[in-house]
Design a protein around this ligand. Structure first.
Ligand code: ADE
Length: 252
């Protein structure tokens, strides 16, 4: 699942015989990539759109695992534009049913943090490390220079999601103070993690940092997505699938 058109287009270019199936107004692309059965879809933006899309993926297509890719705003002090964050856990930062429930806790789930699948996330983090070790292979040195990307890093930790594009320093500081361990903020992941928990299906989220979620959030958002984020996502997913055991091979 992707929040970005450009990312989906890059993936579909590698799935030449995919079939389009329309459900709930969305196009689900069913095919193969690197020898694996894959369904690719645009989630649209925000928690409800992502939750609806995830539910169709699970109910209608019976996917065995769900991976979300996209961009995020960096919150952790060490998380820079061009880095990649692989979620260990996800929180809905705009969930607040206090005083009935503790802030951020999703009522009747008894939790604020929805864990990603450790094995899936580990494999994606390994693929991301491999891609970022030689970023010029995927982006070209002109793009690296243009966006001032230097020695990009992979981080693992907490992603927070909410129905807001965070673009002021005041708001990102408020998020940092409410959720001090948060590495990055986006608009879908924690909702999809909740749906995947409901269905008992492994989930992982991989996000390229496009901005610092502050007043300086760069204005070249669309160019960054086209030239950096969608290329990273494509390379990371492709590398991960190439290394994933073929269907029918059991891990012991
Ligand atoms: N996705 C990318 N940057 C973001 C931001 N600053 N806030 C929310 N979602 C984002």
């Amino acid at each position: 699942m992707s929040a970005l058109h450009e990312e989906l287009a890059a993936v579909l270019a590698d799935m030449p015989n995919e079939q389009r199936v329309k459900v709930a107004g969305r196009d689900f692309w069913v095919g193969h990539w690197q020898g694996h059965a894959v369904v690719a879809v645009l989630s649209r933006i925000g928690k409800v759109a992502a939750a609806t899309t995830a539910t169709v993926m699970l109910e209608r297509f019976g996917v065995g695992a769900l991976v979300f890719t996209g961009v995020a705003g960096g919150l952790g002090p060490q998380v820079r534009v061009g880095d990649v964050v692989v979620a260990n856990g996800l929180v809905q930062h705009d969930m607040d049913a206090s005083p009935l429930f503790p802030r951020h806790e999703v009522p009747l789930y008894g939790r604020a943090v929805f864990d990603s699948d450790a094995h899936l996330s580990g494999a994606l983090a390994t693929a991301a490390q491999q891609v970022l070790q030689v970023p010029e292979r995927h982006l070209g040195s002109a793009t690296l220079a243009q966006f001032h990307l230097h020695a990009p890093q992979v981080h693992r930790g907490l992603l927070v999601s909410g129905d807001r594009f965070v673009s002021t320093t005041a708001e990102s500081e408020a998020l940092r103070s409410a959720l001090p361990t948060a590495l990055a903020v986006e608009m879908e992941g924690a909702a999809v993690a909740q749906v995947c928990l409901d269905y008992g299906v492994p989930f992982a989220a991989v996000r390229t940092i496009s901005d610092r979620a502050d007043d300086t959030a760069h204005t070249d958002f669309n160019r960054f997505i086209a030239q950096v984020a969608s290329r990273y996502s494509h390379a990371i997913l492709s590398q991960w699938l190439a290394q994933r055991p073929a269907p029918g091979v059991r891990l012991t």
